[in-house]
Ligand binder design. Structure first.
Ligand SMILES: N[C@@H](CCC(=O)N[C@@H](CS)C(=O)NCC(=O)O)C(=O)O
Length: 209
């Protein structure tokens, strides 16, 4: 399988991490998102959204990172990570839906202002946008904190939902959002980033920096 990706992208990192976790080899093709290379006609032919990641498995081309997590886990026969019983599946879907709709957007907002603008030479952060992102993030981080309760992982045991969120949580921590104010969420992130699969993925991002 081939993954068009960029090592800084949390949506790409989650796919790489799950592939490491289940031992599925991925051929990685780096696309320079900061130079607009995900939006060329050739890349849009693979993903009309002009975004990464894109997974190719023979003649099957898949976009949307969360769909890739389930696909890779299923191909590896890892129903423990991508369960199919109605209730367990719904638990995973709850978290992956929440990630896309609520958790990631404020983190993307703040990382755009504080990191992406610098990398792309787009000028100073818009402090009003940063302030808005910080308060939206706090609301979502509280949901994560409360929902984790005494659980080690989002659905009790490790699933693709944890991989769906963890790279965004790591990005939050590294773009100055106060993740440490949430001790259960911090302990969960520490558990995730202690896994070899996540370590390898985040190390690749650091090496590319
Ligand atoms: N919902 C999509 C979001 C994909 C996305 O936003 N990708 C970003 C990188 S994290 C991207 O390719 N940005 C490049 C661009 O917009 O030019 C997914 O989960 O795959």
């Amino acid at each position: 399988m081939k993954l068009y990706q960029h090592p800084f992208s949390p949506n790409c990192q989650k796919v790489v991490a799950v592939a490491h976790e289940v031992g599925v080899p991925l051929e990685l093709a780096t696309v320079e998102i900061f130079k607009g290379e995900a939006r060329t006609p050739a890349m849009r032919a693979k993903n009309p959204n002009g975004k990464l990641p894109i997974l190719e498995d023979g003649d099957f081309v898949l976009w949307e990172s969360t769909a890739m997590l389930a696909y890779i886990a299923a191909k590896a026969g890892r129903a423990d990570l991508a369960p199919t019983t109605p209730r367990e599946r719904a638990e995973v879907d709850r978290w992956t839906s929440w990630q896309g709709a609520h958790f990631a957007p404020p983190i993307r907002k703040v990382s755009f202002e504080r990191i992406v603008k610098k990398v792309m030479g787009l000028g100073a952060p818009d402090e009003a946008a940063v302030k808005g992102g910080i308060s939206e993030f706090a609301a979502q981080a509280s949901v994560l904190e409360q929902s984790l309760g005494a659980k080690e992982y989002l659905c009790g045991r490790l699933t693709i939902a944890d991989f769906d969120l963890a790279p965004y949580a790591a990005l939050a921590a590294s773009c100055g959002l106060d993740f440490e104010a949430y001790p259960k969420a911090t302990a969960w992130l520490d558990r995730m980033t202690a896994r070899d699969s996540m370590k390898k993925t985040l190390a690749a991002a650091r090496e590319a920096a």
